[in-house]
Design a protein around this ligand. Structure first.
Ligand code: SF4
Length: 220
C-alpha cells in the first residue's frame, strides 16, 4: 500500500536490551524482514502481509504521541525496509529519542535525523544469516549506537570476538553487547568468554523481557 507503513503492533513497555534496558519506551513493530534467522522470535512479523494495520506517517505520529514516553523503539521485522527518514526527523524535532533496531543487513540512512541512534545486530554463524551482514554500515556507526551480537554457541562467541577486534577496538566505537539465544546457551558461558578473552568493552546482557514475561509473549 503506497504511503502507508505495515504495522504489526504498537505498545509501550521497557526496552528489553541495549543501552536503554529497563527504560519505558513506545514500540512500533513493522511487518516485513529480509532475513530468516534460525532463532527468530518474531515469526508473526516477517512478511508485509503480517501487518495488522497500514498507517500513514501522520497516523503513526498520532499513535506515538498518545503515549507519555519520549523514547521510541522502531523494530520489526526490519524497520529500515521502511522509509523512516521523515518520521524520525519529525520525532527528533519534537524531542523524542528514537532507537532503530536493525538486523545489520540493510544500509543505514544516509543522513541521521536528530535524536536517533541505532541498535544494530551482527548476525553470527548459528543464525544462518552471517553472510548477509552489511559491513558498509560500520563506518556510519557512532559512540551513541549499539552493536549487538546474539550468540548460540562457542562458534558464535568466536565470531563475535573476531568482529569486535577487527572493527570496534578504537575510540568512538559504538557500544558492544552480547546476549544468549534464549535456551540455546547458558548465559554464564558469555561471561566466561568475555573474561577469558579480555573483552573489556563488551557488555553481557540477557533479554530482560524474556526473563520477566513468558519468552514467546507478544506486546511486551
Ligand atoms: S532479523 Fe530479526 S525479525 Fe528478521 S528473521 Fe532475524 S530475528 Fe527474525
Amino acid at each position: 500500500m503506497k504511503n502507508k507503513f505495515p504495522v504489526t503492533e504498537i505498545f509501550d513497555s521497557i526496552d528489553g536490551e541495549g543501552k536503554r534496558t529497563g527504560l519505558m519506551a513506545t514500540f512500533v513493530r513493522f511487518a516485513g524482514c529480509n532475513l530468516r534467522c534460525s532463532y527468530c522470535d518474531t515469526a508473526y512479523s516477517l512478511r508485509e502481509e503480517d501487518a495488522e494495520e497500514w498507517l500513514t506517517e501522520e497516523e503513526l505520529l498520532r499513535r506515538i504521541r498518545a503515549y507519555p514516553w519520549k523514547r521510541v523503539t522502531l523494530t520489526g521485522g526490519e524497520p529500515l525496509l521502511q522509509p523512516l527518514a521523515s518520521l524520525c526527523g519529525t520525532l527528533g524535532r519534537e524531542g523524542f529519542e528514537c532507537n532503530i533496531e536493525t538486523n545489520g543487513a540493510v544500509p543505514m540512512m544516509e543522513t541521521r535525523p536528530e535524536g536517533l541512534f541505532y541498535t544494530m545486530d551482527w548476525k553470527c554463524p548459528d543464525s544462518g544469516m552471517e553472510g548477509r551482514m552489511c559491513a558498509d554500515n560500520f563506518p556510519r556507526l557512532e559512540a551513541r549506537d549499539v552493536v549487538k551480537f546474539v550468540v548460540g554457541s562457542g562458534r558464535d562467541l568466536c565470531a563475535m570476538e573476531r568482529v569486535v577486534r577487527r572493527w570496534f577496538m578504537k575510540p568512538g566505537a559504538p557500544r558492544l553487547y552480547v546476549s544468549p539465544v534464549f535456551g540455546r546457551i547458558e548465559p554464564r558461558r558469555l561471561v566466561e568468554f568475555v573474561r577469558d578473552h579480555a573483552l573489556a568493552e563488551v557488555t553481557v546482557q540477557v533479554q530482560l523481557h524474556k526473563v520477566i514475561w513468558p519468552p514467546d509473549m507478544r506486546g511486551v
